[in-house]
Design a protein around this ligand. Structure first.
Ligand SMILES: [Zn+2]
Ligand SMILES: [Zn+2]
Length: 389
């Protein structure tokens, strides 16, 4: 089959690789009908996250039709149309039973490696390094789905691929980011980063009834999309985010702050950003945390910080004194995808939201490597790419 394969820094190719096979009685195989490039795939593209190996198939946002099931799969049959959550979950361990799917205790095949790095294992993820199990990804013609009875979202034929595809990642990711802010009708919610996850977060915060939602970015196309949803926008190339946020909140600061940027924060003109870039270039730290510092600084005391943005490891110069003295709560995490998807599928069916609004580009799998560049460089007003294998 054809698949997008990681070969090294900024080197993703469309190769021919062996078709996946049933390896365990709990597996299913799907024929992928649509998949997407996620913002966090760019961290792999830039080789910012360790434990990728040349030959790994990438991609963790995908859906398709079941073509084969293992002998113990009971909830799926050939022909079923499913979205695959990027977090692989078993449904049987203590964490899965509590709905904490992204920290499933069983689905990571490289538990020991993950435990060494994080202190404990986290769930297996598709197409996202050997730290999370080394599972092949879904930017491919076919995909093996482990723990298939648990790891799937069945979708109705009445909805298009484009309407439901993002249930596997960016929609529940944006939703969880907003939900963990515990949004009140009096809240100002500030969201740094208006990429695909940021866009879903903005719409989620509005659906959850925030008083005002403020979207912060430096790309006019992304800010226009945010404004179309009803957000107030701040272009950091033109104005100071902290000053404007204080102005919008009568000097009090936003009650809730969301980092939808993660480890590769731009803002290269500030002193702290230049410091991060130097330390990252010399491998002294993984992550650039300019956005986190700004959030801690501007957030209203006793507020909540939510971090859906991906970080890889050690960061430097986190203002712990401000965090502690202001009494801020920090909530982070990979998305517990299936915890949210019944509700979100219902909201799509009821027409409360159509997540396909975010798609700017559709291409074939062969065009995938080129689309990584278009997405990375934000050429041609690119916000979200869907690939059709
Ligand atoms: Zn993702
Ligand atoms: Zn589990």
């Amino acid at each position: 089959m054809k698949a997008l394969v990681w070969h090294g820094k900024q080197d993703i190719r469309c190769d021919t690789v062996p078709d996946p096979e049933i390896e365990d009685a709990k597996d299913a195989i799907i024929k992928v009908t649509s998949c997407a490039i996620c913002g966090s795939d760019l961290h792999l593209f830039h080789n910012m996250i360790p434990a990728m190996k040349p030959g790994d198939v990438v991609g963790h946002e995908m859906m398709g039709e079941v073509v084969e099931t293992g002998s113990s799969v009971t909830k799926l049959k050939k022909g079923d149309r499913i979205v695959v959550p990027f977090t692989i979950n078993c449904d049987e361990c203590e964490q899965c039973k509590r709905g904490n799917y992204s920290v499933c205790e069983r689905s990571n095949r490289n538990k020991d490696l993950a435990a060494k790095v994080f202190g404990h294992t986290t769930a297996g993820l598709f197409g996202y390094t050997h730290l999370t199990g080394g599972y092949q990804g879904g930017q491919a013609e076919y995909l093996r789905v482990p723990f298939a009875d648990a790891t799937h979202i069945k979708v109705p034929d009445s909805l298009t691929d484009e309407q439901v595809l993002f249930l596997g990642d960016i929609f529940p990711t944006g939703w969880q980011a907003a939900v963990q802010c515990d949004i009140q009708p009096t809240d100002t919610v500030a969201i740094w980063g208006c990429g695909p996850v940021g866009q879903m977060t903005i719409r989620s915060a509005i659906l959850l009834g925030a008083k005002q939602v403020v979207a912060i970015d430096r790309l006019p196309d992304r800010l226009s999309m945010a404004a179309a949803a009803g957000a107030i926008t701040i272009n950091v190339d033109e104005e100071n985010a902290v000053e404007r946020l204080n102005e919008l909140t009568g000097g009090k600061g936003p009650e809730k702050c969301i980092d939808a940027v993660g480890m590769e924060a731009h803002a290269s003109s500030t002193v702290d950003s230049m410091y991060d870039r130097v330390k990252q270039a010399t491998m002294a730290v993984n992550d650039r945390v300019h956005v986190l510092r700004e959030m801690i600084y501007v957030c209203r005391p006793a507020g909540i910080l939510s971090i859906p943005g991906v970080y890889g490891g050690l960061a430097d110069k986190i203002p712990l004194g401000q965090l502690m003295n202001k009494g801020l709560t920090v909530r982070a995490g990979q998305t517990h995808v299936r915890r949210w998807t019944d509700d979100l599928l219902r909201r799509i069916e009821e027409g409360q939201i159509d997540p396909s609004f975010v798609i700017t580009h559709t291409a074939s799998l062969e065009e995938g490597p080129g689309m990584y560049r278009v997405f990375e460089q934000k050429q041609d007003s690119c916000i979200k790419v869907v690939l059709k294998p």
